[in-house]
Design a protein around this ligand. Structure first.
Ligand SMILES: Nc1ncnc2c1ncn2[C@@H]1O[C@H](COP(=O)(O)OP(=O)(O)OP(=O)(O)O)[C@@H](O)[C@H]1O
Ligand SMILES: [Mg+2]
Length: 269
C-alpha cells in the first residue's frame, strides 16, 4: 500500500494581499490521500488559500510560522507545478483567446499560458500523444483546433482540466470548476471528478454548490473572513448549524437521493 504523506502543512501562517491581511493565523494539514471541499462566503479567502497551496502567493515572514509542501519549506516552482494540477477562472482569463484547445492542454507541460514556437517544438511525440489521449478521455477531441474565443464556458473548463492532467498529478486544485456550467454539464463534470478520484487523483474543490460535495469528497473546510471556522469529516461538518454560522443566513439541509440540498429557512415575504 502507498504510504500516506502530509501534502500541505501551514503553521500560524498569515497571508497579506496588497497590504491587507487575508488569511489569519492559518493552521492546516492536508494529507495526500484526502479529497476536500472548501466552502465559504465570497471574499472569505478560498481562492487565496488555493493560491497559497499552489505557491502562487507567499505568506508573510513571521517567527515560528511555516508552510511546508511534502515536508519541505522551499520548492522549485516548476517541479511543484508538475505535482499539482490547477483549474481556475483566473487561468482561463489569462490566455490569449486565439489559443486553440490542444495548445491549452499542452501548455500544462510547461505550466505556461499557451504553447508557442520553441516550446511547442520541444514537446516529445509522447507528450503530444498523451495530451490528445486526455482530450479524448474528457470527450473534447473536437476542440483540438478550436480557439478559446469560440468555446463555451463548459468546453473551456474541460480544456483546463485536461491541461491540469498532463503530468498525472496526485493533487488537483479546482477553484469553482463548475461555475457557469449548466446542470447537465455540471453533473458530467462531477462524474469526471469521480473517475479521476478512482484513478488515484485527490481533489481539493472550492465550490458554492453544496450538492457537488458528493462521495468524491471526504473532508470539508469552511472559511469565514480568512479563518477556518469548521474542518473535519464531511458528515460532521456539513450541518445546518455550520452553514448558518459560516454564511450568516439561516440555512436548512435536506438529503435527497444521496445529495445534500441547502434551502433558506426564513420564509420570503
Ligand atoms: N489581488 C488582490 N489584491 C488585494 N486583495 C485581494 C486580491 N485578491 C483578493 N483580494 C481580497 O482577498 C479577500 C479574499 O479573496 P478571495 O479571492 O480569496 O475570496 P474567495 O473566498 O475566493 O471569494 P469568491 O467566493 O468570491 O471567489 C477579499 O477581501 C478580496 O478582496
Ligand atoms: Mg474565489
Amino acid at each position: 500500500m502507498n504510504e500516506i504523506k502530509i501534502f500541505f502543512e501551514a503553521h500560524k501562517v498569515d497571508l497579506f494581499r496588497s497590504n491587507k491581511l487575508i488569511l489569519k493565523n492559518l493552521n492546516l494539514k492536508i494529507n495526500d490521500n484526502e479529497s476536500i471541499a472548501i466552502l465559504g462566503p465570497n471574499g472569505s479567502g478560498k481562492t487565496t488559500l488555493i493560491k497559497t497551496i499552489n505557491r502562487e502567493i507567499y505568506p508573510a515572514i513571521k517567527k515560528s510560522s511555516y508552510l511546508k509542501i511534502y515536508g519541505k519549506k522551499t520548492w522549485n516552482v516548476w517541479r511543484l507545478r508538475s505535482m499539482i494540477g490547477i483549474v481556475s477562472d483566473d487561468l482561463i482569463q489569462s490566455y490569449n483567446q486565439d489559443v486553440i484547445g490542444i495548445e491549452v492542454v499542452m501548455s500544462g507541460y510547461h505550466a505556461s499560458i499557451g504553447v508557442h514556437g520553441q516550446i511547442q517544438r520541444r514537446l516529445t511525440t509522447k507528450q503530444i500523444d498523451k495530451a490528445e489521449e486526455i482530450m479524448e478521455k474528457l470527450d473534447i477531441s473536437l476542440l483540438k483546433n478550436q480557439p478559446l474565443k469560440k468555446m463555451s464556458m463548459g468546453q473551456k473548463k474541460r480544456c483546463l482540466l485536461a491541461r491540469a492532467l498532463v503530468h498525472n498529478p496526485k493533487i488537483l486544485l479546482l477553484d469553482e470548476p463548475t461555475t457557469g456550467l449548466d446542470l447537465s454539464s455540471t453533473y458530467k463534470y462531477m462524474d469526471i471528478l469521480s473517475s479521476l478520484k478512482k484513478e488515484g487523483h485527490n481533489i481539493i474543490l472550492v465550490t458554492h454548490n453544496i450538492h457537488e460535495i458528493n462521495n468524491v469528497i471526504e473532508r470539508v473546510i469552511m472559511l469565514k473572513q480568512g479563518k477556518i471556522v469548521a474542518d473535519g469529516k464531511k458528515d460532521k461538518i456539513l450541518t445546518e448549524e455550520n452553514l448558518t454560522n459560516t454564511f450568516d443566513i439561516e440555512v436548512g439541509l435536506k438529503k435527497l437521493n444521496g445529495n445534500l440540498l441547502p434551502y433558506r429557512k426564513t420564509i420570503l415575504q
